[in-house]
Write a protein that binds this ligand. Structure first.
Ligand code: NAG
Ligand code: NAG
Ligand code: NAG
Length: 398
C-alpha cells in the first residue's frame, strides 16, 4: 500500500471542517460539467454524422418538362412529371422550385409549388426559358431540405418574316379607364397592300380576340380602339399585332400591357380661383369625369405671376391628392394664372400619363379699379362739401 499524504479531500468524516466539505462538492460539480460536455460532444458528432448521411439521400429531378403554347399571345403552359423514385420517400414531402424568364432578363421569377402544371406569361418575341428542381424534406432527410439537379426547357414561337417588317412605334393609352387606344406605324419593310391585325387576350377570355374597331390611314390599319376592358385591369393584357401581305411574311409584334400603368385621365374640371386676403389665392377643382377612380388621382398645381412687363413663368407649387390648395402670393402681382393636371397616383399604379392642363387666371387689378371707382364719388362729394363749407365761411366773414 502506498501512503499518500493526507489531502483535505480524504479528511475523515469525524474531522469534518467547512473547507473539507466544500472541496469535494466543487470536484463533483466539475465532474458533472465534464460529463455534460462529453455527452454534448457525443450528441454533436452523432448529429453531424446523421445529417451527413441524410445529404446522401439524393433526390432525382422531375421528368418530361414540357412547354406548350395555348395560343394566348404570351401565356405558355409548363408541365412536368414527378421524379421516378418519388414513392420511396414516404415520410417526406416532395415540392418543386419552378423558375422562369425570357432570354435576356436578369432575374428568374420563382414559384414554390406541389403542382405539376403552370400557366405563366412571357414575351413571345423572345425565347422563354424555364427550369425546375425537386425539393425533398421530412423525416427521411432529418428535416433538412434536399434539392435535386435542375432540368431545363426553352420555347420560341416560329419567328416568321424579317425583323424590319415588324410594326414600329407601338403605343397604347388607357383613356379615362374607359377605352384603350393603341397606334403603330407600318414596318420599314411593309409591302404594298399590307393588312395588319391586332389580337388580344387576358385571363378570363376563352381565346384570343381580334380588334373590331381599327383606326385607318389610306386604307391601312394603324391603330385600334378597345372598349370594355375593366376586367383586364390589374392583369397582364397580351397583345399581338401581326400582318400579312401577298407572298410576304411579316414579323409579329408581341406586347404585354398593364392597363393601370397606361391610364391618362381627362383634365380636372371646374377650376375656380378666389381670394380671402390679398396674400392668399384659393384654388379648388373637381376630379375629371370618365371612369377614372377619383381616389387614384394626384394633381400638380402650377402658378404663373405677371411681374410688371416680364413674361409669366410657370412654377410648380404643389403635387397632392386633394382637390383644393391655398397659394400664398408673395409678389402680389396684378394677374395670377393657375393650372392643374392629374395623373394616376402610386397607390393605384406604378406609372401613368399626365392629363392636359386646366387653366384659370385671376386678375387683382379690376378689383382695385372698382375700389377706385367707388372712392371717386366719395372724394368728389367730400371735396365739394369742403368747398361749399369754405364758401359759406367766406360769406359769413363778409
Ligand atoms: C363587356 O365585357 C363583359 C365581359 O367581360 C361582357 O359580358 C359585356 O357584355 C361587355 N359589354 C359590352 C357593352 O360590350
Ligand atoms: C395573327 O395572330 C392571330 C392570333 O394568334 C392568328 O389567329 C392569325 O392567323 C395571325 N395572322 C397572321 C397573318 O399571321
Ligand atoms: C417673386 O418675385 C421674385 C423677384 O421679382 C422672384 O424671384 C420670385 O420667384 C417671385 N415669386 C413667385 C412666387 O412668383
Amino acid at each position: 500500500m502506498i501512503n499518500l499524504p493526507c489531502l483535505p479531500i480524504c479528511a475523515s468524516k469525524d474531522s469534518f471542517s467547512n473547507t473539507a466539505y466544500l472541496l469535494p462538492r466543487t470536484f463533483e460539480v466539475l465532474l458533472m460539467a465534464l460529463r455534460r460536455i462529453y455527452l454534448f460532444t457525443l450528441a454533436l458528432v452523432w448529429g453531424c454524422m446523421a445529417s451527413s448521411s441524410s445529404q446522401q439521400t439524393a433526390v432525382a429531378p422531375p421528368q418530361d418538362l414540357q412547354i406548350t403554347d395555348p395560343g394566348l399571345l404570351g401565356s405558355l403552359d409548363i408541365e412536368w412529371k414527378p421524379p421516378p423514385n418519388v414513392q420511396t420517400f414516404n415520410e417526406c414531402t416532395v415540392k418543386y422550385k419552378f423558375e422562369y424568364r425570357n432570354t435576356g432578363d436578369r432575374e428568374w421569377k420563382v414559384i414554390f409549388t406541389r403542382k405539376l402544371k403552370f400557366r405563366v406569361g412571357f414575351d413571345l418575341s423572345r425565347t422563354a426559358e424555364v427550369k425546375v428542381q425537386t425539393l425533398l424534406e421530412g423525416q427521411c432527410t432529418n428535416d433538412v431540405e434536399v434539392q435535386s439537379e435542375w432540368i431545363y426547357a426553352t420555347f420560341q414561337v416560329p419567328l416568321q418574316g424579317k425583323l424590319e417588317s415588324e410594326v414600329q412605334n407601338f403605343h397604347c393609352i388607357y383613356h379615362d379607364w374607359e377605352y384603350l387606344k393603341c397606334t403603330w406605324q407600318p414596318g420599314l419593310l411593309a409591302p404594298r397592300g399590307v393588312h395588319y391585325g391586332l389580337y388580344y387576350w387576358y385571363e378570363g377570355l376563352d381565346h384570343a380576340e381580334q380588334c373590331d374597331d381599327y383606326i385607318q390611314d389610306h386604307g391601312i390599319n394603324i391603330g385600334c380602339m378597345l372598349q370594355n376592358l375593366s376586367q383586364a385591369e390589374y392583369k397582364d393584357l397580351s397583345i399581338c399585332v401581326n400582318g400579312s401581305a401577298a407572298a410576304t411574311l411579316l414579323r409579329p409584334l408581341y406586347a404585354t400591357l398593364r392597363l393601370q400603368n397606361l391610364a391618362k385621365p381627362s383634365p380636372p374640371k371646374q377650376l375656380m380661383l378666389s381670394t380671402s386676403t390679398s396674400e392668399e389665392l384659393q384654388v379648388v377643382w373637381s376630379p375629371p369625369g370618365g371612369e377614372t377612380p377619383p381616389q387614384c388621382l394626384e394633381y400638380e398645381v402650377q402658378l404663373a405671376e405677371e411681374q410688371g412687363k416680364a413674361k409669366a413663368v410657370w412654377a410648380s407649387v404643389s403635387t397632392q391628392m386633394e382637390t383644393a390648395f391655398t397659394i400664398t402670393r408673395v409678389n402680389q402681382s396684378r394677374i395670377s394664372c393657375v393650372r392643374v393636371r392629374g395623373r394616376t397616383n402610386n397607390f393605384c399604379a406604378d406609372q401613368g400619363f399626365w392629363s392636359e392642363w386646366t387653366q384659370e387666371c385671376f386678375s387683382v387689378s379690376r378689383e382695385e379699379d372698382k375700389q377706385l371707382f367707388i372712392l371717386i364719388p366719395v372724394i368728389l362729394s367730400l371735396s365739394s362739401s369742403l368747398i361749399i363749407f369754405m364758401l359759406i365761411g367766406q360769406c359769413r366773414k363778409r
